[in-house]
Structure formats: C-alpha cells, structure tokens
Design a protein around this ligand. Sequence first.
Ligand code: SAM
Length: 697
Amino acid sequence: MPNSISASKETCNAPTSAQNANSLNIITPAKIDWQLDDTGKPVPVSGEFGDVYFSHADGLAETRHVFLTHNKLPERLAMLNPKQCFTIAELGFGTGLNLLATWELWRQLRQAHPHLATARLHFITTEKFPIPLTDLTQILALWQQRAPELAAPISQLLATYPPLIAGCHRLNFYDDNLTVDMWFGDAAESLGKLANKLATQLANAPAPYVDAWFLDGLAPSCNETLWAKDIFAQVQRLSHPTTTAATYSCAGIVKRGLKEHGFEINKVKGFGRKKQMLTAVMTDAIESDEPHSNYTNHPDGTCHIPSHSAVIGAGVSGLLTAWSLANRGIQVTLLDKSAPLAGASGNPRALLAPKMTPIHHVDEHLHTIGYLYSTQLYQLLNKQAIKEKTAPILEPTGALDLLIKANIGTAQIADYPNPMATTLSNEQAKKTAGLIEQDLSENLYLPQSGLVNPQALKDIILTHPLISFQQVTVHEMSEADDEVGIKGHNQHKESISIAADNVIVCAAFESHQLDKRIFDCRKIRGQLSWFTPTPEQYAKLPKTPLKYSGYCTPFTAQVGDDGLNNVETGQPQFLLGASFIRNDIDTKIRMDEHQISRDKLITAIPEMEAIIPTDMSGWQGRAGVRTQTPDYHPIVGQLNDSRRIWVVNAMGAKGYAIAPLCAEALADMMIGTFSPLSAAMLARLSPNRRRLQAPLT
Ligand code: SAM
C-alpha cells in the first residue's frame, strides 16, 4: 500500500544514487512509485530520486504560478509578432505537466488574439529518466479528470510520445503552431548539443536563443545534477539579454548558480505554503545582441524571417523542405524542370526501414532518428488523408530485416525498446514473412515500419496554402543584397524570373550545375522492379516487407499511383529493389537489372526460386539517379560565402527517412530557432565540410 505523504518539490524523501545511472547512452526508464497525497489521491513519485514530480497540494496550480506567471508568459506570448517564435527550455520533463499547462495557455491565447495565428511556440525539454508510456498514460489520466482543459493536449502528447531512446525527438503539433523537442539523456549533455549562432556561423540568419527557462529539477538535496555549474553555463550560453528563468527552489546552490552565470535574481512569494521562489533575468549574456536577432520584443520582431523562399527541385528533399518552411509561415515557390517526383523520388513505394546502429550511437545516427521523425510525420499526415479521403501516406506494414547486410546483431537489437525494434522467434518471423523453409531465427523486426506512398505524400504537401508549384527549368541564380533572382523558362519555353528572399537548392545531382560551390556528388543509378503476381504466386510470396542485400514487398496500387508509375489501381503488385550502378545517369529500364534484383532475393531466400517468375518480360520498372557524398551524409545548410543560398540534397536512397528531419533542421537554421539535430551533426551535414572540399576522384 502506498504511504500517505505530504510533499513539495523542496523536500527529498529518499535520495538514491540515481545520478550515477545511465551510461553508454542507454536510457534508463523512470521507475514510478505511487503514494497518496494530503487528500488521499494517488500521486506519482520518482523511484530513482524518491522525490515528487509536482507539488502534492496542487501540481497544476504550482506550475502555473511558478513557471508560467513568473516567466510572465501570458503577457509575453500575447505580445508576439506574426511568425515570431518564442522558445521555452525546461530542465526535467517528468510527467509533462509544465508542457501541458503551457500548451493550454498557448491555445487560449491563440483563440483570444487573432494576431497570434502565425506566431509559434517552441518548447525544448530534457529528461534523463523518461517515464514509460504506460505509466505516463496512468499519470495523465488523473490530470484528465482533475483538469479537463488539459484533455486535448494530453491525448495528443500520449499519441506522439516517443520511444525511450537517447537524443532529440521532435514533435510538431501543427494545429497549435507548437514544436516540442524532447531531449532524452542527461540535461547538461543535451543542452551542450544545442547549436547556437557561434556553432552554426550562418550569415544573414538570426541566432536561436531561449526566451524563458523552466528550472524544474528535483530538490537540490535529492539531485544536484540539474543545479550543477555545467548546467548553469549552458543556460547562460543559450540565453539572450532579456531571457528569464523561474524555479520553485530558493536553495543557495540555485541562487549562486544563477548569479554566477549572468542572471539577476529576485525572490518572490512561492506557491501555496511555500514562502519564496526565484525569478531571474539575464543581464550578462555571452552572445551580444545581434542585429538580426529574432528574440522576444525585438523592435522589428518578424523582419528577419523570410517571407518568400524558392525551392529548386520537387523530389522528396524539395517537397519536405517546402513543407517545413511553409509551416513556419513562409511562402514557398517550388520549382522543377519536370513534374513533382519525376526523378528518383517517384518510386511506387518507399520502404521506411533504417539500417540500425548499436544503441549507444543512436542519438547521432541520422538514419534512425530521421526514421523516428518521418514515421511520426507520415502518421500525422495519414489523419489528414483520411479527412480528405485520399490514399494513406504511410501504410503500416512492419518490416523484417534478415540481417544479411546489417550493422547490428540480435544481442544489440535487444537493447532497443520492443515497440521500436525487436527480434521475432523463428516461428513468428516465418509467419510474419509468409515463408516456409527459411531459417529466420536471426532477424530484426521493426513494428513501426511501413511503406510510404510518394504520390500521396506529394498530393498532401501541395495542398498547403503557402506552397505553389511551377514547372520551370532554372538556368541562373543571382544573389543580391536583399534578394535572390532566379531565371529560367517554363514548359512553353517562356522566360521566367522569380525574386525571393532566399533559395534552397534541392536538385539532387544537378545541384552542382546550378551553383558550382555545391559539391558534385556521386551519381548512382538505381532501378526498382515490380510485377503483377498471379493469385497462386501471390499466396506464396512474402507477406511483409523484407530486407536482405536488397528488399522486397507486396503492395496494392492506390488511386493516383498511376500518375507516377505504370500500375493499375487496386491490383496487387510485388516490388523488388534495387540496383546500384555507379556513375550512370541513364534512366531506361534494363532487363539485366530486373535480373539483379531477382538474384538478390533468391540468394537470400532460396525458396523464392520456385515462385518468382523467370520470364521477366512483363515486369515494370523505374530507374532514377541517387545522389551521394563520399562520407554518405546528406548536404544540409547554407553555402559558404553566401547569404541567401541554402542546400538540401544528397539523400542517397534514404530520402523518405531522412529528408523530413533534415528539412526541419534547415528551416530552423534559416529562421533562428533551435534545430533538432546536434551542433556536431549539423557540422557533419554542412555543405562546407572539409570532406566536400576536394572533388571525387
Ligand atoms: N517538469 C516535470 C513535470 O512537469 O512533471 C517535473 C520535473 S521533476 C521535478 C524533475 C525531473 O528531472 C525528473 O523527471 C528527473 O528524472 C529529471 N532529471 C533528474 N536529473 C536529470 C538530469 N541530470 N538530466 C535530465 N533530467 C534529469
């Protein structure tokens, strides 16, 4: 039976050595203990620290008093200019109550103040011991009863709550113009990864800053890690001259930490029975006030967020870049010499299944974190597709990797949370795959994986009111002080000139022709093959996407698919991929590459020899040219010596997994908000990185 306790955040009941837990980047989930509060209601307590997540008197009222009122959020948020972004950073996500209270305030303000329609809220939070979804659901169910105004944010948060994996998980709630970045891991490390102006060195782009801090560590007597010098040093690094901070704690370590790191502190009345709490204002910021800064109350608030961007290239990189910019209120003109998805991104289906890495690298593994973000984005867009009665963007199929060409074995897969990655028993794997003879005891099963329908994704993106597509072959880009000029011709050979605030080149291997400073990447031809199986063949073919040295999957053509590829709506197909031919940009279909894909499948799964037809004359195919850098990382960022030219390209064969997150990072860099990618990762993706200084040999 739980004990009845009377606790506030300043009393520590059972300090443990939890501070020492969590090594090698593997996240330790929080252990929740349940106790009874003064009124006999069950309340969660951190098992690691023996401390309360929120005041047992009234946690929500305490949150509103300490963090919202004493950071002056109601006033400051109401004063935001159109398109301006306000950034809050929190130490200790815990149960998410602070986020939920802030979210609810933001919704109320947006309803009451129409001028906030395009303003944005960015909530960055850190958590070393994230609460497992089942416990969080139980905890938040209590708040749903007690505070019905939180019901909508609670259900949206629970629906998108990420797996307990180290690193940044970005959640976008488009209806509320709210972005939440949850950094799982030690707060000092996570804050250290946030890229500010000094880290990105971008010309003509505003710097990201935190506007308000929620210092919500446990009582310093329970856990000093959130009140340590390295934390305060990060808080100072990421603050601007009018950044505020609030905390319920008045402990000496907190006062000293804030004062020694540039804050002027002020004691005010605490919540409930607590006499005092602290508010603080930055008076000694490390980075000086930049003329382009976008932070709160800047006299011209919005002027440095571009109003109009041109995106060249309407493949997956260009479409997702347009999407991220448009969701920040920027008008986008999307240009392509052909129709959208006419190039390598226009396959009938794309399998969303990353090549996994051992878990201690996961937070810096773009393919995996990109997969987590894109799966979540496509699931969200599926809801829009349901409303608009169009084909789903992501068909959730799961995927089975036979670990033939993988960086990870079953022992390392076991480190991942099962809902994200697991190993099925041989019997289960055979049943899932629909195979009879093959030994599948070594496998990686990705339950959240699925098939992306590129045509459906493109259709949804192009319905965004701020995105307009024009078919234009671009010949020239010129950069002036206050704009870029783009010249080209349309499909009727008429000359076209477009002026924009900036341009993002997403033209894959042709990007180098548009600006010689963009790396001339490796060009790799890839052909995908598919055929219409007979009912007898279909019954014996794999039932789920399989990965080996290639991949294969069944799919059924949806309405609209025939706009891109030769398929008949409603007809089952079987797809095999793909060839990789270096330095070849021809896109004609080749019979010998159908054969290559067939051979890969049969080598991996010999029982398919009798099922996959040998006569491939009726097979369909699509060949495209993939673009790859020598270090295999994509190119994302601003060109050196340029103030208005940006690049997103070189996704190789991973575009549908990584382009959505790369596009978010680019849009953040451009408008001066914090990126979901670490400073180190942004450096690895930079168009100006050292590896791209010498041409390919
Ligand atoms: N804001 C939370 C809420 O709304 O429920 C309550 C936060 S609780 C008082 C403090 C949180 O800090 C706990 O969830 C704890 O696991 C987390 N924490 C403790 N040490 C940490 C560290 N070094 N880095 C990140 N989080 C930490």
